[in-house]
Design a protein around this ligand. Structure first.
Ligand SMILES: *[C@@H]1O[C@H](CO)[C@@H](O)[C@H](O)[C@H]1NC(C)=O
Length: 383
């Protein structure tokens, strides 16, 4: 394509989009030019959201925790994938402006994530040792170009996921689990973990953590191992299994949205569900109404929060869990000479109140979700 023409097209798509309500008032994807324009406009909003979130984290990277950085690494991966997409055709698929904007987001986010790492390590060295592979680099997860199709199924009911066993399974997969003074090899999967991660009919964080396990398998190069383990159980490939997990998760999310709203205490879960199934790329996870809704949750500072009274409670929980964590650390130090592996529970670390009542976990998930929205909108608008 003639580059002048391509630039003109982009200018049209990105600057003359003043269709009021094009974003929210047509939840059914209308198709055609109008939907393309709506998506281009929405992409601009999502990019602005990403820039705000990145700037927020950049100013306060010393208080990012592991779970927060997870979402940041997901966003980083999707931005790199978009940059690659832009130059993957025979002619450029993105305007120079868009490409530059993504490039500068890539730099901001990459720099901030690398700077946050030593602070995260200092917060809890043992925890860092077990989980640094969840946050050491961008997530480059292969996207399914499919929709869920017939995989959509009723939400699960179980909440059987045991956090400590789950952490052990994750750390074994990543090759950071220490047993009898030795670290297990990467891609270690025992029967107990396989059973736990494929237990049917799970709901909420139980099923999202099952899904996280398979995403982590991909990030750590364990897809082949898990493909054969799953197929030996008659569960298909990892990608097929992920599709069935997301089929349950999708229905759960639909139930969480009432009249365009999600209850404050459920928003964190909603974001987690959206980032995990979104990063795999199932197109069902990008309705415009969800994208607009999540953008509406972002504060003017660029973070994600809750009502003040709930934040105050969260801060209290945090101080109790910080104390508990210190006690656990002392306990570990006392026990270090025995053969028990040092351990701190992941759950205790989950949420953390940052500046301006911003929540670290929720904001991390938020930036990850905006990242996957960005990749989806870009690939479906720019081609
Ligand atoms: C993205 O940023 C990283 C540094 O964090 C850099 O190595 C990489 O080349 C950048 N990618 C693109 C496509 O600009």
């Amino acid at each position: 394509m003639d580059s002048r023409w391509s630039l003109a097209l982009w200018t049209l798509l990105f600057t003359s989009l003043t269709l009021p309500g094009a974003v929210t008032s047509h939840p059914q994807d209308g198709g055609g030019v109008r939907s393309q324009r709506g998506d281009a406009r929405l992409l601009q909003d999502v990019l602005r959201g990403l820039e705000k979130a990145a700037n927020f984290f950049r100013e306060d990277f010393s208080s990012i925790n592991v779970d927060g950085l997870f979402g940041i690494r997901v966003a980083q991966g999707t931005i790199i994938q978009s940059l690659n997409f832009c130059v993957s055709g025979t002619s450029p698929r993105c305007s120079p402006e868009l490409y530059a904007r993504l490039g500068s987001l890539n730099t901001t986010i990459g720099t901030m994530a690398d700077r946050a790492l030593p602070y995260i390590k200092a917060q809890d060295p043992d925890y860092y040792q077990s989980f640094y592979k969840t946050i050491d680099g961008p997530y480059m997860i292969a996207e399914s170009s499919q929709s869920l199709g017939r995989a959509v199924s009723a939400p699960g009911v179980g909440t059987d996921y045991n956090e400590e066993s789950g952490d052990r399974c994750l750390a074994s997969l990543m090759g950071t689990w220490r047993r009898d003074g030795r670290t297990v090899p990467v891609c270690t999967v025992d029967q107990e973990c396989l059973q736990m991660m494929t237990r049917p009919h799970q709901a909420s964080y139980s099923i999202t953590h099952q899904l996280l396990y398979f995403i982590m398998a991909e990030k750590n190069g364990c897809l082949d191992e898990l493909d054969s383990l799953l197929s030996a159980e008659g569960l298909g490939s990892v990608k097929e299994f992920e599709q069935s997990l997301c089929g349950h998760i999708y229905s759960e999310m639909e139930g969480e949205v009432n009249d365009g709203h999600v209850a404050q205490l459920q928003q964190d879960l909603f974001l987690e569900q959206n980032v995990l199934c979104g990063v795999i790329g199932f197109s069902d996870f990008f309705p415009r109404s969800w994208i607009s809704m999540v953008l509406g949750w972002q504060t003017s500072r660029g973070c994600f929060s809750m009502a003040g009274s709930l934040v105050a409670l969260q801060a209290e929980i945090q101080s109790v869990s910080d104390q508990q964590r210190e006690l656990l650390q002392r306990l570990e130090e006392e026990a270090r000479d025995s053969d028990s592996a040092p351990w701190t529970s992941r759950k205790l670390m989950r949420e953390r109140v940052m500046e301006d009542d911003c929540l670290a976990h929720k904001t991390g998930l938020g930036i990850g979700v905006l990242g996957v929205y960005q990749r989806h909108l870009l690939e479906n608008t720019a081609s």
